[in-house]
Design a protein around this ligand. Sequence first.
Ligand code: NBP
Length: 474
Amino acid sequence: MDLADIGVTGLATMGRNLARNLARHGYAVAVHNRTYGRTQQLVKEFGGEGTFVPSEDLAAFVASLKRPRRAIIMVKAGAGTDAVIDQLADLMEPGDMIVDGGNAHFDDTRRREAALRERGIHFVGTGISGGEEGALNGPSIMPGGSKESWEALGPILQDIAAKVEGVPCSVHVGPDGAGHFVKMVHNGIEYSDMQLIAESYDLLRQALGATPAELAEVFREWNRGDLDSYLIEITAEVLDQVDAETGKPFVDIVVDQAEQKGTGRWTVQSALDLGVPVTGIAEATFARALSGHPEQRAAAAALRGPKLSGVGGRELIEDVRQALYASKIVAYAQGFDQMAAASKEYGWDLDLGAMATIWRGGCIIRAKFLDRIRAAYDADPSLPTLLADPTFAAVLDTAQEAWRRVVTTAVQIGVPTPGFSSALAYYDGLRRDRLPAALVQGLRDYFGAHTYHRVDKEGAFHTDWSGDRAEHSA
Ligand code: NBP
């Protein structure tokens, strides 16, 4: 029997499509699933697309792989992943590679990588974005793990990844959990992108009384300019959809409560640990959390809002477009800051420009805009914040008047725009010469003797607040 080039275990939507993608690219693919029926189904339905080597149990699956073995796990993240890793590792030899393509937390990946490294097995935590369509036709692939494993896996992953202008949307992200970390931040940014789109739609609908179908046209128009992206494109599709049963706009028959249990939450948790203000992602996560409390919303429904309504004419549309673009720049700047901070903390040496490059295609946040981020890091790889890049600084400068009008209008008519507002507050905070953090430091020294630094002298100081209020070196 010919041995397979690579294997996939876990053949639900993602694993099946990834296996088909590999087979379509000419690789002989070993396939396995806990429940054998799925394996049989795959071979029955898609066997003609390439060479599949099915196995009923993991031992046979491992035995069907060429050495060094390359096995991709695509099972539900969590305990199942640990179980499959343990079983695979027991069947493998030093030099073999286990790739986890599921949505694992990067801390779990770091733990698993360290444990398998002891046994000489390469563990490659890999972020895969693009959903089932991407898995089949070309996802964005973000592998972590060792350099040696990238040498053996990289050519295959780049082969099956999305391509933009011939450049594959996959690079070696960095060691141990770097791949899953970058995928997590990608998803956090995805939260933020969707929140800003939702705020744009909501504000224009409330302020102008526009219909979802009219707004679909607005998004379609926006997709021809700076905002050109997959999420803007599909927003037009969703807003245009009419419910067959009721004849109402689809968006009006969907329950308005969003989930926030996944990677958005992880991104914010990690950002808090790293001390990076990812306000765009945090507001998006909290906006979902607010939507998910129907009992509180019902209790608050009688609270009065402002009397003003219907302010703003058609010019609001262009203002919102600019506010959306400016807020998006802020959200991405924050996400890239988080990757830079993690790179330093964990010693990953992330190439931020390369991250922008591999997000240009295949993944959910794919957008023209990522070319501009890559150009910013090409021009200055140690850029302290994307907001300081001359191109982005100019965009923000042009957009800021419109951005302020949008936030003002939203406040006046009582439409919540936490994404727009917090992004603007971040912009205003970051550009300030002096921040009121000085007063916060004073208060902390007053009640807790936490000390402070002076602008004009080295060292730490404490004022004797309860005594003579003289200053002492701390
Ligand atoms: P699911 O997340 O729905 O997982 C189902 C698969 O996990 C089945 O193959 C199932 O086997 C297997 N499995 C489970 Br559940 N527990 C297991 C265990 N203890 N031992 C062995 N196998 C077990 O599949 P999916 O939606 O294809 O996603 C796969 C991974 O890819 C997940 O980690 C997901 O987060 C990630 N991901 C998904 C997307 C997406 O758009 N769906 C995108 C990117 C990444 P069975 O058939 O025997 O029940």
